[in-house]
Design a protein around this ligand. Structure first.
Ligand code: GH3
Ligand code: MG
Length: 359
């Protein structure tokens, strides 16, 4: 017959040596390891220090109740307590009310005490199994949640992860006045790369680029695969210019690997273009990606393999001069009311102290 409580550890506090031995033998037959405690202090110490599952103790020997004993258990593990009471009819119920899992009279035959303890042991074993299953299920759930937010090809965050990150970043900007850059990176003439070198080579390049981003960014930077050959970065900045520094670093790394790309004239290797938009404080996140996308469009339009952003006044002026609207402090961004090209408005923007806007 399969043992109901095999593998459990019991600590026993029983005065009479013969009874103690007999209970120990009975339990050993069921695969329960038994350790004897010589007094309440030792029992308490063992419960607190060891992976105890079951306790058998005489009520008189136990100055503290079963509930308190249980509260001492290591790592808050659930322990089963069998209390041996004086042989009075009401004492069994009293012991159970006081927190014991079960009770028997002192002097009961060891077989009966052992059998009672097996019942308690069975419920503890069940509890342990449930705990184990729950831990496995929680681990699995955490893994699936994590996976659901990752792009399988590059290991970067996916659109779902991005949808969660944007409000988080918006909250931090508004609450702590932080400055962030949203950068859109798009590989140059990647369709030609696929056409000339094959789709598998294209996949490999995307994977490699994912690794470059993961290695090249700071822990606080967030990187996502936005779709196809497009990547989106959210970079917390100490000052606006550091966005360009971080992006230039990635560009240098990618270029230095010189991935052959015969369709990417005038270059012979793979390159990418970046558009980014820096925002801070209460500027909010609305149309942020669209703003970066306009800058990306300009980077492509001006010949690719370059970084275009709104991080400096000169950059913003160039964007506006080419009819590409940029965010203006205090107005909020709407595509229908772009900031004008006229000198008056540019002058107005130039008066915004950098130290205050971070832009
Ligand atoms: P541009 O410089 O203007 O960006 O030119 P492009 O050819 O890169 O144009 P675009 O960004 O529109 O093309 C993206 C290409 O990326 C089209 C598609 O074939 C390819 N692509 C998208 N997803 C994958 C993928 O998972 N694997 C591979 N190998 N190619 C992909
Ligand atoms: Mg592309």
């Amino acid at each position: 017959m399969e043992s109901v409580a095999g593998g459990l550890l019991a600590v026993i506090l029983v005065t009479d040596p013969a009874t103690r031995r007999a209970i120990t033998d009975e339990l050993a037959l069921q695969g329960v390891t038994v350790e004897a405690a010589s007094d309440a202090d030792e029992l308490r110490a063992r419960v607190a220090a060891e992976q105890v599952d079951l306790v058998v103790a005489e009520e008189q020997q136990l100055p503290l109740g079963a509930a308190e004993l249980r509260s001492l258990a290591r790592d808050h593990r659930r322990i089963g307590v069998l209390v041996l009471t004086e042989p009075e009819p009401s004492s069994l119920a009293n012991a159970i009310t006081a927190g014991a899992d079960d009770a028997a009279f002192v002097g009961s035959p060891p077989e009966i005490i052992a059998a009672r303890l097996m019942t308690v042991g069975r419920s503890i074993a069940l509890h342990r199994n449930l705990e184990r299953e729950r831990a496995v299920a929680e681990e699995e759930a955490a893994r699936l949640t994590e996976e659901a937010r990752l792009d399988p090809m590059t290991g970067l965050g996916n659109r779902r992860a991005l949808d969660e990150a944007i409000p988080m970043v918006g909250g931090r900007m508004a609450r702590y006045g932080e400055t962030w850059a949203l950068a859109l990176i798009d590989l140059d003439r990647f369709k030609d790369y696929n056409d000339i070198l094959g789709h598998a080579a294209g996949d490999e390049l995307l994977r490699r680029f994912g690794l470059i981003l993961r290695d090249g960014l700071r822990v606080s930077d967030l990187a996502f695969r936005y779709g196809g050959d497009e990547f989106l970065l959210l970079l917390p900045l100490s000052h606006a210019r550091s966005a360009r520094d971080a992006l230039s670093r990635i560009r240098r790394t990618f270029s230095s690997e010189a991935h052959l790309h015969p369709g990417n004239a005038p270059w012979t290797y793979a390159t990418f273009s970046v558009g980014f938009a820096v925002r801070s404080g209460r500027q909010g996140t609305e149309s942020w990606a669209e703003e970066a996308d306009r800058a990306l469009y300009r980077a492509k339009d001006e010949g690719r393999n370059r970084i275009v952003g709104n991080d400096t006044f000169a950059d913003r002026r160039r964007l506006v001069a080419r009819g590409i609207p940029v965010f203006e402090r205090g107005r909020g961004w709407t595509p229908k009311t772009p900031v004008g090209v006229g000198p008056g408005r540019l002058l107005l923007r130039s008066r915004i102290p950098r130290r205050r806007t971070g832009l």
